[in-house]
Design a protein around this ligand. Structure first.
Ligand code: GAR
Length: 231
């Protein structure tokens, strides 16, 4: 399956995909396109290092931000030219134009560093999410991967994985542990979608054949015993 990744920042999730599919041994998928929302970000360097086509949104190149309407045809053209079959938003902080969301409905996923529908929505990204989780006193947070709809963080959930909040956590330590899970969950889910083990059904619900998780391990004590392994 041909994967297009949209990214805004460091791109460690992009790297997890590159490591498994482009540089590693899983033949189910391949990253063929990376689009950055700004020039100079590490995600674009990672794409170049893996010899993947890298592009920057036209609006990011215009200091006055006057050309945002050009992003929609640009995205569609890049995705079509590279024959992308699944779009992955990996730390992408912009709203995807509605027409692109509609065109890729059921074929576009987003990764979010909390258990949606909690701690999502516009402005809830990166460190802010973890600060909000800590401020609320939550004992469990986690990672959500969902199909993208026209509203921020509201599309049908594909997979989730919990991460315990520890007494001594600050936003950085929590972000680090959540990110470790992201790096395992995202490639596992992309591989499952590429192998047609999970898809968005016509009724709008996500259907798995088999499970992403080994149930007995999922039920294990929070901490090191939790593993993500496609069956
Ligand atoms: C990740 O934690 C991702 O879940 C989050 O941004 C980070 C990007 O890291 N995304 C959001 O908060 C989206 N609402 P990365 O650039 O190193 O992959």
């Amino acid at each position: 399956m041909r994967i297009g990744v949209l990214a805004s920042g460091s791109g460690s999730n992009l790297q997890a995909l590159l490591d498994r599919f482009n540089l590693g041994a899983d033949p189910a998928a391949r990253v063929v396109l990376v689009i950055g929302s700004r020039p100079g970000i590490r995600s674009l360097e990672r794409a170049a290092a893996a010899t993947v086509r890298a592009e920057v949104l036209p609006s990011a190149l215009d200091p006055a931000g006057q050309v945002a309407e050009e992003d929609e045809p640009f995205l569609r053209r890049c995705l079509a030219e590279t024959e992308v079959e699944l779009v992955v938003l990996a730390g992408y902080l912009r709203l995807v134009p509605a027409a692109v969301v509609r065109e890729y409905w059921g074929r576009m996923i987003n990764i979010h560093p909390a258990l949606l529908p909690s701690f999502g929505g516009q402005g809830m990204y990166g460190r802010r999410v973890h600060e909000a989780v800590l401020a609320r006193g939550c004992k469990v947070t986690g990672v959500t991967i969902h199909f993208v709809s026209e509203e921020y963080d509201r599309g049908p959930v594909v997979a989730q994985w919990p991460v315990p909040v520890l007494e001594e956590d600050d936003a950085s330590s929590l972000a680090g542990r959540v990110l470790e899970v992201e790096h395992r969950l995202l490639p596992a889910v992309v591989s499952a979608i590429a192998r047609r083990r999970v898809a968005l059904a016509p009724d709008g619900r996500v259907r798995w054949t088999g499970s992403l998780f080994r149930t007995e391990r999922f039920a294990a004590v929070p901490g090191e015993g939790w593993t993500i392994e496609p069956e």
